[in-house]
Design a binder for this molecule. Structure first.
Ligand code: NAI
Length: 356
């Protein structure tokens, strides 16, 4: 008998890459066969019944996995949560632990993919390529309003020097930037590779930077780390990039800082109200989110729909690791990507401990 997995928020590209990974797995004779049931909508309290009969749910960044949803899933017989992403801020791990769920993520599918995208956003914002693109298509080749700065020699603030922050720091070093970093857990590689200098706190880092880019997870400590106070600390005209999680930034405060001309620009791949909007086509809808709509009126704001991860390599790795995590669960193998500490398959990652 095959084991069922209910896959939520499954877009055509997810289906394609998961199906390819599954096909490759089928050739491994020892594996229990999986049956994947794809749903293109998100997991939430209203869609939990669609997981009935499944052993696992497979979810992405905007699926809801709070206490009521986990309890309802448990009542339906679901015992494993397979995240097709690195971030796990949307999973109530305390409740998952209480209910005995196996939860695993894909911690490092392509840190370079996200790092490269963040630098691309920063340079688009800085060199106004987003405006040039529209302008030349209308036959306007004037350069007024497109003036940027040379990145070489500028100071970049790297907030979070985990996998993605480290990859980004290497790129910024290649550009000839001076890198200042802040991370409560310093990276040995950052120090060994001489990538830059650590500051002890954000308040010391921010006033020195021409650009600030965020690479830290969303936790209760990092919620709105960019707020009215921290924005006021930033250099006038400095630019901010966020490819991590929307909740790191207070959108209201960013709008105020843009209106006062203190902030030089913002590039976002993530947005605190993105759930329910991102990954779907709303071009024919009236969007109720006034803050997002206001943000998108500024010429010095770029918003993307959470696509920094979106490369062939990353989708391949996400699919392979997700299926491997589930195989570990089914075969009772210790799983290096397990997130629930008390679960029997949790193995401590000495090189990279999970910090909840
Ligand atoms: P990671 O876990 O390797 O690194 C995160 C780093 O942030 C750690 O070194 C940690 O010590 C540090 N940190 C924790 N609290 C901090 C604070 N208050 N200030 C500064 N640093 C702090 O995670 P990784 O792989 O580098 O990913 C970072 C985040 O990027 C993820 O949590 C996820 O939310 C986001 N992400 C976004 C993607 C996208 O498509 N836009 C794709 C993948 C990840």
């Amino acid at each position: 008998m095959s084991v069922k997995v209910a896959v939520f928020s499954a877009k055509p590209y997810d289906k394609k890459y998961i199906a390819t990974a599954l096909e490759a797995k089928k050739s491994e004779a020892s594996d229990t066969p999986f049956e994947l049931i794809f749903h293109d909508f998100a997991l939430g309290l209203d869609t939990v019944p669609l997981a009935r009969g499944a052993t696992a749910v497979c979810v992405f960044v905007n699926d809801v996995l709070n206490a009521p949803v986990l309890e309802a899933l448990h009542r339906e017989g679901v015992r494993a949560v397979l995240l097709r992403c690195a971030g796990f801020n949307h999973v109530d791990l305390v409740t998952a632990e209480k209910l005995g769920f196996f939860v695993a993520n894909v911690p490092s599918y392509s840190p370079e993919a996200v790092a490269e995208f963040s630098v691309a956003l920063l340079q688009t914002l800085n060199r106004r390529t987003h405006r040039a693109y529209n302008r030349v298509r209308e036959g306007n080749f004037a350069l007024d309003g497109l003036l940027g700065t040379t990145l070489h020699g500028k100071t970049v603030g790297v907030v979070g020097t985990g996998r993605i922050g480290l990859a980004a720091a290497r790129i910024f070093k290649g550009y000839g930037c001076r890198i200042l970093a802040f991370d409560p857990y310093k990276s040995d590689d950052f120090i060994k590779e001489n990538l830059g200098h650590y500051e002890d706190d954000l308040d010391t880092l921010l006033p020195q930077c021409d650009f600030v880019s965020l690479y830290c997870p969303l936790t209760k400590d990092t919620h709105h780390i960019i707020n009215e106070h921290s924005l006021a600390k930033m250099k006038p005209g400095a630019m901010l990039v966020n490819t991590s999680r929307g909740g790191l930034i207070s959108t209201k405060s960013v709008i105020a800082a843009l209106k006062s001309r203190h902030l030089g620009g913002v590039a976002l791949d993530v947005y605190e109200g993105e759930g329910g909007l991102f990954y779907n086509d709303h071009s024919g809808d009236i969007i109720d989110d006034d803050e997002l709509m206001r943000l998108m009126t500024f010429p010095n704001v770029i918003v993307c729909g959470h696509q920094a991860f979106f490369t062939v390599e990353a989708l391949t790795e996400i699919a392979n690791v997700t299926l491997q995590n589930f195989t570990d669960y089914l075969l009772n193998h210790p799983c290096p990507n397990s997130l629930v500490r008390s679960h029997k398959l949790f193995v401590r990652r000495d090189s990279y401990p999970v910090r909840i």
